[in-house]
Design a protein around this ligand. Sequence first.
Ligand SMILES: *Cc1c(COP(=O)(O)O)cnc(C)c1O
Length: 373
Amino acid sequence: MKVSPEILNMTPYKAGKPISETQREFGLKTVYKLASNENPLGPSPKALAAVRAALDRQHLYPDPSAYDLLSVLQRVWKIPRENLSLGNGSDEIIDLLCRIYCEPHDSVLTSQAAFQAYQVSADANRLRLRQTPLTPDWRFDLKAMADHFLSHPEQNIRLIFVANPNNPTGTYNTRAELEEFFARVGGRDDVLLVFDEAYNEFVRADDYASTMEYFGKVSNLVVLRTFSKTYGLAGFRVGGLVAPTSVIDLYNRVRKPFNVNDLAQVAAAAAVEDHEFIDKSRRIAWDGVDYFSKELTRLGLKFLPSQGNFVLFDTERDSLKVYEALLRKGIILRPVLNYQLPRHLRMSTGLPEENRAAVKALEEVLPTIPKLS
Ligand SMILES: *Cc1c(COP(=O)(O)O)cnc(C)c1O
């Protein structure tokens, strides 16, 4: 069978290693997974209660319009319902935007070291992913991205993906950078500016702005949010799409009517207003990032200042060797070779005892692995 080269050449996505698999392979009882930026507190308790109460109606199809969840989001996000839709995780939204707006061999633009879903969706939709270099401090170079877009009309760039903050780097772009970017490529009708704000709730930098503030003012702006991180609902798969009505209209035609299941809708609706849990989630992430920053400094390892619930650090070694040695001690971190970073590991924030165990294990394994020059 003939298969297009973009699909044949795809590498399977490597998710964080599951806890159960690590326990089996290494005969370990206690394993901590700090590999997928999940919420160490578990799901929002309000979401869990709502899910339990909805279990006995699961013989019914979900509401394809997600009326109740969109009502909550409209109120909390202060965005009109006609500008909202949902995906089976923001992953699905990224993929469907590619499918809707690009013909095979068109391009999508992002940065080096951008969240991997953009590459996966570009490949699966037979698109070219164009990437501009990071700034010297490993941030998206929005100026270079606007330059690239404006100087390469022949590439048919239809979507520009900006993860703010980005994963796996944890770095972010400032309000001033966003405004300059919008001044140059905002308002166009030949490209969508897609801002992926999965870590928005964790940001502490005071020169950060969510692009939600610019929605309605920048006509080609699209914002993605997720329920997988702060709200602790990664397993339910819910992502939010904020977009102009023309985009929402097409998106709602292309998505599967039941892409977000009923339990996921119920969970998300309860979680967005579980303020106590949101505050707790942010605090645990901040404490974790501060602790890792302090300890990595003590260990003499370079890391990127993070606005997310994870820290990317340079092991100065073959990261896979460090990763393997940590697995044997029951600590799962995340290699980032798929981002062309063979020396770095990404460490998600966990509960305090998980964070301490991770640092202790790291301190033990580092001297056993030769440094690269
Ligand atoms: C985790 C993450 C998401 C969330 O993906 P879901 O499909 O909603 O779980 C989106 N964007 C970035 C940059 C992420 O790191």
